[in-house]
Ligand binder design. Sequence first.
Ligand code: ADP
Length: 462
Amino acid sequence: MKIAFVASEVVPFAKTGGLADVVGALPLALEDCGHEVIIVMPKYKCITDSKFKIKRVSADILSTVVGEKTKVYFIEQDSYFNRDGLYVERGFDYKDNLERFAFFSRRALDLLKEINFTADILHLHDWQASLVAVYLKNLYVFQPFYSKMKAILTIHNIGYQGIFARDQFSKLGLGWDLFNVEGLEFYNQINLLKGGIIFSDFINTVSPTYAMEIRDKEFGFGLEGLLNVRKDSLSGILNGLDYSIWDPDMDKFIVHNYSLVNPGSKAYNKGELQKICGLPVNNDLPVLGIVSRLVEQKGFDILAEGLDEICKMGGQLVILGTGDLKYHQILEKMVKKYPNIISLNLKFDDCLAHKIYAGSDIFLMPSSYEPCGLGQLISLRYGTLPLVFKTGGLADTINKHNGFVFSKYTKISLLKCIKQALVTFKDKLKWNVLIKNAMECNFSWEASAKRYSQLYVKAKSA
Ligand code: ADP
């Protein structure tokens, strides 16, 4: 089948979150299933020709190849994309984000015709590409070239919907008949993700549990009603993990490689991590790792509340992340209080992330909601036991046989779960069984790609 991915970020070219990891890896797994895939994304400032062997295709289109033959097309429009950030700079959203991604969506559709890529499926990602479905079904479908194309929208996080003021609607080039409750209007504003949900043939999200949860008021961020209307076209497919990047046996960022059959060297990575983080080097002290955006969604509200108590439990805490200033400040204060217990690294650092996944004993990921989550999947692969709240993709991947799960989103439940994990840590026999179970889990892209293939077949014949 011919599949065109349209996305605003793709590993290794540009990344702000898990979406980029998915769009970087899934096309390659689909290529292995025999599909012909292309990816279309904006040409941002961080994407340089020298770094990625990019060739010019036409006046505003550049291209490169990933995997065997998956072509990536970059849409170049410097006034929109040649900036330091992808969507945000110094904490502020770009004021012209609606125009930027409306332009991107239309240009992506036009590009398909220019390169004569008769896609069976347009696989769109998040609000930034949602307008592709809106334009396809309202403007392009009347042209024979586009008439048979089906749109699938993947929602990576329904908390981000692309909401803009109503007075920008005319910039979309759509009729005002689409600005109503059955269209893109959302409480008198424009909601791009809503447009994507309405006009895509199928909608999916990144775990089965999250696909159920977003139909509830608690998780749907106002779109639960619409998703219930479209429930027969909504599914959940768990993300995979790129095992060529996340493999403790081959990982170049860690000093001591290890694997399921030879797990002994994990302890050396722990010592190394304690050393570089300036913490006492002691294998008997459990290390709790965090690699995360420092935002409420990732559990930092209950973590911050319970931090004092966590620091008194006899373990060490290594934190890597950036996010809300509020949490930067709380954590900085706590490091001053517990310099031998907490290592705080307020930055984005891929190398340190690998070292934390390899060197920690427990990976803390108490997200209040989590569409899929990659951190827990990486941790499993590295034999670092995830400790999670039972929600979304965390509920679908972590259980008492490969980690620790609490099911009430409160500080008390979190602390109870950490205590239980620390007690288990002392029971080496039990701990090693859990590590083995964790490392035996298989969340590679292969299985996910098969499920996506089935969805594409269903969409094509719908
Ligand atoms: P998100 O909601 O942020 O997309 P995921 O768990 O799905 O959460 O994916 C986060 C990805 O970003 C993981 O690969 C994680 O290791 C990585 N990551 C997050 N923060 C940092 C950081 N400060 N430095 C390096 N990698 C990070």
